[in-house]
Design a protein around this ligand. Structure first.
Ligand SMILES: Nc1ncnc2c1ncn2[C@@H]1O[C@H](COP(=O)(O)OP(=O)(O)O)[C@@H](O)[C@H]1O
Ligand SMILES: [Mg+2]
Length: 336
């Protein structure tokens, strides 16, 4: 099977229309459409709470969402084919051995890694570092390849790349040549850039695709309850485009994401990432970043991974880039 055919199989669905889903009559279908859920895909990414206004009750909402989810993931691949795909997965170093260890030896190709956290926690710094690291040979944790940087907040700085390159003894002029940069002005523009990225990726031997930040434009453009469903649909489409690129080119895909306060949480983490189920289910590896009191130290927590246990490690952001924290620098207590 070609990549194209594989995609076709993955897209083949059991239920074509909302009305085909068990438990949805014409009246409910109509209501859901008025709420912005026109497709089985969008329902699959909904939460039971989002379906509240349809007046179908939580239990039924869960059942419908489950049916929609199972419907869009009906695809069959032989396990040896899966194994073959897994065997071609490559690893890219983050710059910190501790962080790499937490995620089983570095960021993997063919899947999406998400870094989320508050402002200033090092998400963009990590992205910069990865752009340099991907150019290193495999024995130094790199992929001998180039990077694509989609920047939505205008925070990419060539000066940082130069500093990081010098620290590695690389020629900064060469390193910056291997980073293809695009600023996205709106969420639609951001989507357009990825939708048209395959040629650039191929022509430049790109093995690292960064979207920094994934959610900022979506968050500022789609405001209010009634915009939630269309926003999630677009984000879903965008993330799936990213997964397809990562698979097709055996590339590492990285997205960054902000957090929102959880108003109803008194213990534990009072924040959660933007993007709800869409981002949660399509990011294969999610890493939550936060500051350790003051200074350059950051705490990374592996929040979800398909096959790794949760874990926590620390690293630091310095002029050199992303680095490990030495024993005597380690903070005694970890702040939130
Ligand atoms: N040249 C530098 N030297 C040392 N630390 C830096 C440098 N540039 C950025 N930083 C650190 O990185 C932080 C910004 O991180 P950034 O990745 O931009 O955050 P965000 O998570 O919002 O993307 C700064 O607050 C600073 O601590
Ligand atoms: Mg940033």
């Amino acid at each position: 099977m070609t990549e194209e055919e594989k995609e076709e199989v993955a897209l083949r669905r059991k239920y074509e229309l909302l009305e085909d889903l068990p438990g949805i009559g014409p009246a409910t279908a109509q209501k859901l459409k008025e709420m912005g859920f026109h497709t089985v895909e969008s329902l699959a990414m909904a939460t039971a709470r989002e379906l509240d206004p349809a007046g179908i009750g939580e239990k039924k909402a869960f059942a419908i969402i489950e049916a929609a989810r199972s419907s869009i993931s009906v695809s069959f691949v032989r396990a040896d084919e899966l194994l073959r795909m897994r065997q071609s997965v490559l690893r890219l170093t983050s710059g910190s051995k501790a962080l790499d260890g937490m995620i089983d030896g570095g960021l993997e190709t063919q899947t999406i890694t998400e870094f989320y956290g508050e402002y200033g926690t090092g998400k963009s710094q990590l992205c910069h570092q990865l752009c340099v690291n991907v150019q290193l040979p495999p024995e130094r944790g790199g992929l001998n390849s180039a990077a694509l940087y989609v920047d939505t907040e205008n925070t990419f700085r060539t000066e940082r790349i130069v500093q990081m390159s010098r620290h590695f003894g690389l020629n900064p002029e060469e390193v910056v040549k291997n980073i293809i940069y695009a600023e996205a002005y709106t969420s639609d523009h951001q989507m357009f850039l990825l939708d048209n990225a395959d040629e650039v990726i191929k022509a430049n031997n790109i093995r690292l695709i960064i979207v920094d930040s994934l959610t900022a434009h979506f968050r500022s453009e789609y405001i209010g309850r009634e915009m939630l469903a269309p926003r999630q649909q677009k984000l879903n489409k965008h993330m799936h485009k990213l997964i397809r690129l990562a698979r097709a080119f055996n590339a590492v895909a990285v997205v960054t994401n902000q957090v929102m306060a959880k108003p109803d949480v008194f213990f534990g983490d009072a924040v959660h990432p933007i993007g709800g189920h869409v981002v949660g289910h399509t990011s294969h590896t999610r890493v939550y970043l936060r500051r350790a009191a003051h200074g350059p130290v950051r705490i990374a927590r592996l929040v979800s991974s398909p096959y790794l246990p949760e874990g926590e490690e620390i690293f630091k952001v310095t002029e050199n880039g992303i680095e490990d924290v030495s024993e005597d620098e380690k903070p005694r207590s970890r702040g939130r």
